[in-house]
Structure formats: structure tokens, C-alpha cells
Design a protein around this ligand. Sequence first.
Ligand code: GLA
Length: 736
Amino acid sequence: MIKIMDKFILLETKNNCLLLEIKKYYYDNEEFNKIDKFFVTQRYFGLKKELDFTPIEPFIHPAGSNQDYNNDFLISSSFGNGNNAEPSILMVNSDGSFTNRFFFKKVNILKESKLPFGPHPRDILETLEIIEEDEAAKLELHIYYSLFKDSDVIAVHKELINKGEMPCHIKRLLSLECPIDSKDLSINTYDGQWTQERKRNSLRLNNGVFINQSLLGTSSHKHNPYLEIKDNKNGDYYAFNIIYSGNYKEIVEINPTEHASVMVGLNDFAFDYLLNPNQSFITPVAIMVKEDSPEEITLQMHNFINKHIVNPMFAYKDRPILFNSWEGSGMKINEQSLLEMAELCKEVGIELFVIDDGWFKNRNNDHAALGDWVVDKNKFPNGLSPFVNKIREMGLSFGIWVEPEMISINSDIYRSHPEYALEIPGRAPLERRHQMVIDMSNPDVISYLDDSLSNLFNELKPAYVKWDCNRMISEFYSHIGIRSGELIYRFMMGTYELLERLTKKFPDILFESCASGGGRYDLGMLYYMPQTWGSDNSNANNRCYIACGTLTGYPQSTLGAHISRDYSVDQKRSAFDDRFNINSIGGFGYEFDIRTSPEKELETMKKQIAYFKKHRHLIQFGHYYVIDNCFDDERYYSFNMVSDDQKEAILSAIQTSQIAPKKNWKFKGLNPEYIYEIEMREQDNVSLLSFDSKSGKELMENGLDLGLLNEEKDIQDYPNGIQSRMIYIKKVNNQL
Ligand code: GLA
């Protein structure tokens, strides 16, 4: 709900409110002060409470003083506003100056807001529009705050309009600015690299500027855009993210006035956007939430992403159990070997059979063929259709891998259209994984990809498509004359254009995004593709960190997690059933040559799959609570999912260390009054324990001893460390 009062604007979410105040702006210039100028500040953000609407005395610059103010709770600061902090706006105006002073002009409540092209929040309840103006620069700025039913998340974005007769340049236009009344902040970011995605990185900041960003063209493995902040002064928790998949920037600055400011938006690195007269630029949408516990932050983020980011066609729909050919076969695939695997997949209960890389013409290694999205007749002599029909006849659905944003120099498309590659004339191209990036800012490229992928999807009617993106962008040069300062942004818009077209034409396809594993785990991709392949590292021990880091800010249904042969650098191998306990999270599947599985393993798979199917909705969409966070204590990772009505929950308890103190595993999020029946999942080589029914209170306060081994003498049983259990609980039916 949004209320506009005289000098205040009140925005109310489910539990919180945000109070903005329109304040008079004084300046060290008497002439100037005769005219009323106002700017908008953030007065309060937090739990709903009795609010004080007495205007706060504006900060007046003492005459003759050279003192600056420091973004004092501004919701949108620009350079040259007398401020000496990081601004969210930086322009080169049409007169060549960098200075901007935007003053409040008008406020509206919109039922339909002006959203950027591409991904944006769905199902907005209402939007506040604040219009500010810089008369001298002839610029109009619109700041949008959108609210949602059943969520505390607030989405913020901006639009800048050139009202003048001359062009100007946007150097920086960040979407969101959130002041925090504290100078003592703890920041969590989720950083990593290929095979080690989203490791929590914690930092206490009480001075200076902190930046979390990507410069790689994708949101990247290096730094995920999900940002958490704890305000140590007031004991509050914040989280931020952006609905965008390219270069982003998040700035946290502690100001000398002892308050902080958080800014989120498009990265200004190598960014220079030409804004012609009467044109407008709409930023991606950023989001923020504030709560009094980290658990509530995670629940809010999960709920928001499931309800307002993920395509409602898939949002709460059970996801299939899949088999993927990559880890087992690489590019060495052919019709015969795949059919043999598919037979076994069917036998154990797998639902979706996915051919990964290697199916298209001349794709025998990663030096060739990207961009030629037609079948390799050496591997599939009759084409793919007859093969896919056989898969369907077995009762499996079919999925396929593509990597549309890339092009190999050794490909037919490059030979006929070398200008499609992002490549700088006169400079040897930097290939990564022996491949180049295709120019997604070029409309002809989009049409070419739209046609070739549509032909493929029309012919094969896949139920699932894995959309990969295996390198960063380094060559900022488009052969169609796109300005280099706009290229990386227009590249992203081109990718979104292609995704818009394909998801509209093929609404039933479940897309899973991937970027060398989890290098593009962001809300922009999740808008089009409900799942993301979490990492190329599927070793169970390493996956604890990947899952724990990812699920803090993204719901479990979005996380692709498969059981593989458990390769790892540190040789921490685990039993097949332990791999299930850590990977049966969201987009679950198997990824090895199933023909090498002994009978016993196939039997275990059958049991695992039956178990997953039975509890699938709870696992994929239950409320997720982390119980033991492996970033706090690396010996344990445990979590449970609780159904909406709290009548069921499922817990995964993982101990990753050879010896760790004995502990009870405590549930979270249950109804303390309910009595629950407790059932341990059957696992190979683990004695099945039985438990008496217990109340939610007991399960949360005392927990369960799950019989894990903790003594040094037990090490020979678990030479590589991991032990795990899965427990399902259900409210006793006849409970009074
Ligand atoms: C990337 C993905 C893998 C696989 C390969 C295929 O590395 O992360 O899962 O699809 O590409 O080349």
C-alpha cells in the first residue's frame, strides 16, 4: 500500500514500511534559497510501527562554509549535488559538464509501471513514481518503487529522459539507493570461480567503500549479485539483488556522517550510453529487503523469486528427474550408446533424458562447431528426430543442450559471417575454451539464432533445454557499429530479445541456464529459465558449500544438482547415498555413464528416485531453513524443508568431517504444538533407526541423534569423511 501525505510518502509491504520524506534543500546561496527546492530522503525503513511524521530540520549549509553533505539519506544522489560520496548518477551533460542537481517535481501512484525491456518482477501490486528534474541539464528522472502482495521485497528502478535538444551521455545510472543509519556493517557476498561457485565471503566494514561487481559480461562465477548486509548497530539484516545477467555493480559506502549508503545497478565499467533528445533509458530493476533475522531474509528471497521472478508456468510445478549425458560421455556420444543409457534410465525411474554437448555437426571437441545448430549425421545418421521418437516411446521426455551466445571460428556460420563474432579488426582474438562470443547486439544474429533454434525446437519438441554460456566477453567491438560503451549492455538486451522470442514461441520448454557451471546464477536468467546448473563440480563435499551458498539467496527449485561419479581434487569421495542426500534439492538428476553402474547401484537409484518422487514437492518447494551452515562450521551442513501448512518436513544432515563432535540435529520452522511421526530414509550400509513420535518443540529444541559416527576409531568406516542422513517427518493424523 502506498500513501502520499504532505511531505511524506509511506510504502507498506507485508511486515515492513518505508517512509520517504520530501525535504527542502538549502544551499549556501541566498538567492538560490528564495526558490523552494526539495529533495527526497529515506526517513525510516523497517518493521511496521507507530511513525513520527514531524519534519526533520533540513541540514543547512552554514553560510560561507565549505562543508559538504554526504548523501544524507538521499534515495537518489548525483555528482555535483554538494555531496562528496559515491553518487548513483553520473552524466556528461550536453554542455560537457558532469554536474547534476535533480530536485523533486512530482509523485504518482501507478498501477502499471514502466519496466525495462527484458526480465523484471512479475505481478506488481502498485508502484510509486517519484519525478525529479534537473532544469539546467534538461533531464527528467523517474524513480520507481514497486510493491508486491505477500512480500517484503521492494523493487526499485529508474528512468532518465533527455528533455533537451542536445544529446548527453549516461556514465552511471544505478537502479537503487538505500541509506542505512549505521557505520558498522557486516557484508556477505557469494564469490568463487569455476567449480567453486558462491562461497560465502564475510567482511566487516566500518569505513570506506566496498564494491561487489562483475566485469565479465555475465553476472559471473567470481561475484554473485546477491548481497547480504547486517547492520551491527541496530541488529537488522538487509539483502539486495538485481534482475539482470550482465555486468552489475553494488557499492556500499560508509560516509563520514556515520551512515552508510548501498547502491545497486548496471556496472558503469566501460559504460557510456548516448541519450539523444526525447529518448529515455530505463535501468534494470534492483530489489531490497530488510528483516530482523537471516532466516527471514532467505525465506523472503525464496518466496519473492518463486512468485515474482520465475515464470508462473513452472514456478510451483514439480520438476523432472533428469539424466544428463555430459559427465559420463562428454562429446563421445552416438545414437546407439545413448539409447542403451536411456533404456537403463527408464528402468530406474528417470523421467527426462538430456543430450548435452556434442550432438551437432562436427562437434567432436571444443575447437569447433558452435553456432551451427544442426545435427551431426556421423553420430545420428538418420537425424535426431527418429532418435528422439525412440526416447519418447520408452516413456522418457527429451532435452537438449545449446550454447547460443557463442561461435567457433571453425564453424560454417563463422566462415559465412565472420562479422557475427565479437572480434577486433587487426587484433588477434582472445579465444577462451577455443571459442568466441557471438555478437548478440546485432539484430541479424538474433534472427539467425531465432531461426536455427526454432527449427531445432520445432522438429524435436524438447521438454527441456540446457542453455550454456561458456566464456566471458573480452572483445568490445561490434561490426555493426554499436558504440563500445553500450555494447556489453546491448549484448545482454539481445540475449533477452532472443529469450523473449523463444520462451513465447515454446512456452512449455523448461529451460535450465548454465555458464561453465554456475557462472550466471542470477534473477535475470531465472526470469526466463526456472533452473540453473549450480556447478560443474558435483563432488558431494564441495556441493555442500555450493548448495549452502546458493540457497541463502535463491530457492532450492532453481538449483540444478546431480549425482555424478563424485570426482574431486581433494579426493573426498562419498557413498552413493550420501551424494543423494546432498543433491536431492531442486533440479535433481544423475550424470554418469549409467551403463557402468553395477546392478546394486541401479537398485539404489530406483529407491532414491522413488523416494524423491514421493517427497518431490516438499523438497523442491518447501520452506528452506539452513540448520548447520558449513561456512560457520565446515564440519556440518544441514537443512530442512517445511511444507506451507507445517504438517511435513524433510531434513538432510551432512557431516563432512572424519571426526566431528557428536550432536543432535535440530529442525527449524516446525509448528511446536504438532506431534510428528519420524521416518529415516533407507540407505545402503547404514542401520535404519526408528524414532518415537515427537512434538515440533522437541524436534526444534532437542533434535535427533542420527547415529553418525564421531570417534577416531570409526575413521576406517568413513575414510573420506562424509556421512549423512535424511529424515522425513509428518504430523500425526489423529492428533487432537
Ligand atoms: C559447460 C557446462 C557443462 C557441460 C559443458 C559442455 O562446462 O557447465 O555442464 O554442459 O559445458 O561443453
